[in-house]
Write a protein that binds this ligand. Structure first.
Ligand SMILES: [Zn+2]
Ligand SMILES: [Zn+2]
Length: 243
């Protein structure tokens, strides 16, 4: 009997685990087997059918986030080489469906499919040697259970066969969701919010830092400043730019 009661918490945890996994199974089952954009049958891991995916406007030019976050023309800047960000897509209706699915319903399968979209914009020179994610604050990470930027960083790392260093940057204070703020407040919201866990790990490295959506560029700008201060040569890669 003693043995049974000792095992009880483990048994309870196993039941909970099984229920959680059944719920995940149901969730996967209830995900649209149809394209979220146009309704034709589609692979649930892709969310969109190939036509809808291909119809998202692509960008193949870098933006300068130092200029972007100061509301200057971000295209064609040659003055701030440490602040280049490569967006794969223009954020519009179909891109939003993908980003929402990635952000609010964990979709590692979906993230893996996006590696090719991110890999497409990565410049050949300088060849990167490290992929990082824009970190979430630990409190937000706990709340959501995962960091969508890390899922994308993982997908990019596999796509371009460059190692990923998880947790290289940390968000040292919680920030408000940027989406609710004006551009001036976005800058002050993230100022000093990021820090390198071990600056020595980044010194001299050619780094790509990945995020899902960029709007004013304030978050990427803050991260790139930290990376430059560590002696890294860094550029950003984002799935979508919300102009
Ligand atoms: Zn479609
Ligand atoms: Zn610039």
């Amino acid at each position: 009997m003693a043995e049974v009661s000792e095992r009880r918490p483990g048994f309870g945890a196993a039941v909970l685990g099984a229920l959680a996994s059944a719920a995940r199974g149901l969730e996967a089952f209830s995900f649209p087997q149809r394209c979220a954009g146009c309704g034709v049958p589609a692979d649930p891991d892709s969310l969109l059918c190939p036509e809808c995916l291909a119809s998202i406007p692509r960008l193949s030019m870098p933006l300068c986030v130092r200029c972007l976050e100061r509301e200057r023309e971000p295209v064609g800047c040659l003055r701030h080489p440490g602040f280049t960000v490569w967006p794969a897509w223009v954020y519009e209706e179909r891109a939003a469906l993908v980003v929402e699915a990635l952000k609010f319903r964990e979709r590692p399968g979906l993230a893996q499919r996006l590696g090719a979209e991110l890999g497409r914009v990565v410049p050949a020179e300088p060849a990167p040697d490290l992929v990082l994610e824009v970190p979430l604050h630990p409190s937000r990470h706990r709340e959501r259970g995962y960091n969508q930027a890390a899922l994308l960083a993982d997908a990019l790392s596999s796509q371009v066969a460059v190692p990923r260093l998880e947790g290289a940057l940390e968000r040292v204070r919680p920030t408000r969701p940027q989406v609710r703020l004006g551009s001036g407040s976005r800058r002050s919201n993230v100022a000093g919010a990021f820090r390198a866990r071990r600056p020595g790990w980044l010194e001299g490295r050619k780094v790509l830092i990945v995020d899902d959506v960029m709007t004013t560029g304030a978050t990427l700008h803050a991260c790139l400043e930290v990376l430059a201060a560590c002696g890294a040569r860094a550029a950003g890669v984002v799935l979508a730019w919300a102009q």
